[in-house]
Every structure is written in structure tokens, then in C-alpha cells.
Design a protein around this ligand. Structure first.
Ligand code: NAD
Ligand code: DAU
Length: 331
């Protein structure tokens, strides 16, 4: 199996889970080790996998790697909305051109392909609307979500026009170990470890539908093994919470007062609410989340960041400098 983006947050957890639960699978990771990639996230399985340092948009490299595998699971992406607002080009290059490169290779070699995508392709919901389903119309808001939407469309076209054996999944917000400190939950946990107040965008009333990364990755395996070709599956664990509540749960884990945070500049175009209806995945493939309790999963995640400072510390100062340079201000 070729796993792209295997040195990133979800990809590294996927590779670790795969090695632990499916010892017969031989994994090759292809990762460009951008600012978001970290070889150390694969240390626990380094002896059990092959690692290739390279770009998914490198057509010859990708063709060569794909020719030797039975399946490709595609996680590699530029993944952070705030970065896409500051500089969109790498998102177009990696998320669209990179996906094109993989699709051409799996087409040529008739290799099974799973495409990992996001609920953000559907835009956002009002408080009263039902959750996204597989038939919700695409309506992306940010350069990140627009390029992920574009990559999904390429997969659908390559499946219909060229018979590529592909499945797609669109998942809600993940949390868990090995997530980059630019993202909401690890940023606030590591701020608190450093004695810095959490940073909440605007009033903090936006809602995200949280799922533990291991539950996401178990669903990817279910789809890979039993999903229907050409089908999209939505992945979510009924974990809707507003950002203010999440910050206050993190503060409680550090025995801090619920008002001990700062409101900072809001994100332009900030999506209000995401929510997933995962009925198809649950009913057709029998998937259900093991982390049904967000508070327990969050406690595990706080403990992981406390115990693994050597993993995140090298990225922390640069990340905070980038937020300051982008104009983030306390309100
Ligand atoms: P991440 O930013 O943590 O990791 C991305 C990885 O891709 C990094 O290791 C990076 O080095 C690698 N990469 C980037 N550009 C590359 C290129 N051109 N060639 C090869 N490798 C490259 O991202 P993540 O949060 O782990 O997300 C993984 C996938 O899951 C993405 O496709 C994302 O859109 C999707 N997704 C993420 C979430 C979430 O909550 N994080 C939710 C739903 C879907
Ligand atoms: O929904 C799936 C998506 O979830 C994935 O496709 C993306 O790759 C992933 O980054 C995530 O996108 P979000 O933009 O929702 O995640 P982020 O962690 O950046 O922010 C979560 C929420 O928290 C969002 O409403 C913005 C807010 N936020 C974020 C940061 C970094 C804050 O209030 N303060 C912060 O410091």
C-alpha cells in the first residue's frame, strides 16, 4: 500500500494503526516533509515501513511507486485554512495538481485508490439545518476547501470516465496525537503548557463536529475493504461543539478558570457550523466510533501533548510567529 502524507497528522496515525492491526500489509509512505510533515511521527514504526521523501506532483516518481502497490490511500495535502488565506498557491499545486498526478498513475496501473477529503467542501450550515450527507451540494468557502473540492471532482471524473477504482471519504474535524500545533486544539493545549492564554477567534460561536483520528482511520479501512467503487462516504461521530466550549474544556483540564482565554481576530470568511450525517457509513459498512465521549478523548490528547513535548516543541515558536505576522490581534 502507498500512503501519501504519512508523516502528517492523520496519515501518521493511519500508518501506525495499520502496522499494529494488519501486520500483513506492507506500507510505503510518500511525503514531501513540508512544514506540516514530521518524520518523528513515524518513529514507532520506522523499521516496519518504507519511507520515500518526495512530492505527489512528481509524475515520474508517483508512477514508479504506484506501479508496485495494490492500493493507494491519499492523505497528502496542504491542510490549514489560515495558511490558505495567507498564500493559496501551494494549495492549488498540492491538492489539485498532486491529486491529478496520483489519479493518472492509478489509472495507468489499475490500482485501487482511496481519496481522503473533508466536510468543508460542503460549506457551512445554519444552527437548524440537518447535517451534510453524500448528496449535499458542494459550496466551499476558503481556498483550502475549494482546492479539496476540486480534487474530489477530479476523482469523480476519473472514476466515471476512465473506470478508476476509487472511493472517497469526507470527514469532520479530527483531534488526537501528532496534530500540528497550528491547529485549534493542539495550539491551545501547548499554549497552556507554556503558561499562555488560549486564543479564540472572534466570539467562538462557530461549531465543529469533532472525531478522534483513530475512528476516522478505522472508517477509511472499512471503506477501503468494503466500500463501493465511485461512492462517497461521510465520516463523523456526532461530536458537535462550539469553539468556546472546547476552549473551556481544555482550560478545565489545566485547572484554569473558564474565562482565562483571549478573544483574537476572527478568520475571514469563517465557516459557522459543520455537522456530518454518517448514516450511510454506519448502516452500509457497520462502522461506529469508539471514542463516543469527546471529553475522554480530549483528556487523552492533553496527556499526549504533556508527555511528548519533544515532538511539538520545535514547531511551536515559528507557528506563533506566523500567526502574529498574519496580523492576529487580541480583541
Ligand atoms: P497535515 O497537514 O497534518 O499533513 C499533511 C501531510 O502531507 C504532511 O506530512 C505533509 O508533509 C504532506 N504533504 C504536503 N504536501 C505534499 C506534497 N506535495 N507531496 C507529498 N506530501 C505532501 O494534514 P492532516 O490534518 O493529517 O490531513 C490529512 C488529510 O485529511 C488531508 O487531505 C486533509 O484535507 C484531510 N482531512 C483532514 C481533517 C482534519 O481535521 N485534520 C479532516 C478531514 C479531512
Ligand atoms: O472540517 C474538517 C477540517 O477541519 C479539515 O479539512 C482541515 O484540514 C482542518 O484543519 C480543520 O479545519 P478547521 O478550520 O475547522 O480547523 P482549525 O483547527 O484551524 O480550527 C477549528 C476552529 O477553531 C475554527 O472554527 C477556527 C477556530 N480557531 C482556530 C485556531 C487555530 C480558534 O478559535 N483559535 C485558533 O487559534
Amino acid at each position: 500500500m502507498l500512503v501519501t502524507g504519512g508523516a502528517g497528522f492523520i496519515g501518521a496515525n493511519f500508518v501506525q494503526q495499520t502496522v499494529a492491526t494488519r501486520p500483513d500489509v506492507q506500507v510505503t509512505v510518500l511525503d514531501a516533509l513540508t512544514y506540516a510533515g514530521n518524520r518523528a511521527s513515524l518513529d514507532p514504526v520506522a523499521e516496519r515501513i518504507e519511507f520515500v521523501h518526495g512530492d505527489i506532483a512528481d509524475l515520474d516518481l508517483v508512477d514508479n511507486l504506484v506501479s508496485g502497490v495494490d492500493a493507494v490511500v491519499h492523505f497528502a495535502a496542504e491542510s490549514h485554512n489560515d495558511n490558505s488565506l495567507a498564500e493559496p498557491w501551494p494549495f492549488v499545486q498540492t491538492n489539485i495538481v498532486g491529486t491529478y498526478s496520483l489519479l493518472q498513475a492509478v489509472r495507468r496501473h489499475n490500482v485501487r485508490y482511496h481519496h481522503v477529503s473533508t466536510d468543508e467542501v460542503y460549506g457551512d450550515l445554519t444552527p437548524d439545518e440537518p447535517g451534510f450527507t453524500e448528496s449535499t451540494a458542494y459550496n466551499p468557502s476558503s481556498p483550502y476547501s475549494a482546492t479539496k473540492a476540486g480534487s474530489d471532482m477530479l476523482v469523480r471524473a476519473w472514476t466515471r470516465s476512465f473506470g478508476v477504482r476509487a472511493t472517497l471519504s469526507n470527514c469532520s474535524n479530527n483531534y488526537g496525537p501528532y496534530q500540528h500545533v497550528e491547529k485549534f486544539i493542539p495550539r491551545q493545549i501547548t499554549n497552556l503548557i507554556d503558561g499562555v492564554r488560549p486564543r479564540l477567534y472572534g466570539a467562538g460561536h462557530q461549531v465543529r463536529d469533532w472525531i478522534h483520528v483513530d475512528d476516522h482511520n478505522r472508517a477509511v479501512w472499512d471503506i477501503l475493504e468494503r466500500g463501493r467503487t465511485g461512492q462517497t462516504y461521510l465520516i463523523g461521530a456526532q461530536g458537535e461543539l462550539d469553539n468556546l466550549t472546547v476552549v473551556q474544556l481544555i482550560l478545565r483540564a489545566f485547572d484554569r478558570e473558564p474565562t482565562d482565554f483571549d478573544h483574537v481576530t476572527d478568520r475571514p470568511g469563517h465557516d459557522q457550523r459543520y455537522a456530518i450525517d454518517a448514516s450511510l457509513l454506519r448502516e452500509e459498512l457497520g462502522w461506529s466510533p469508539r471514542y463516543a465521549d469527546f471529553r475522554a478523548g480530549l483528556a487523552d490528547t492533553v496527556a499526549w501533548y504533556r508527555d511528548n513535548e519533544n515532538w511539538w516543541r520545535p514547531k511551536k515558536a515559528d507557528t506563533e510567529r506566523a500567526y502574529a505576522a498574519a496580523g492576529e490581534k487580541t480583541l
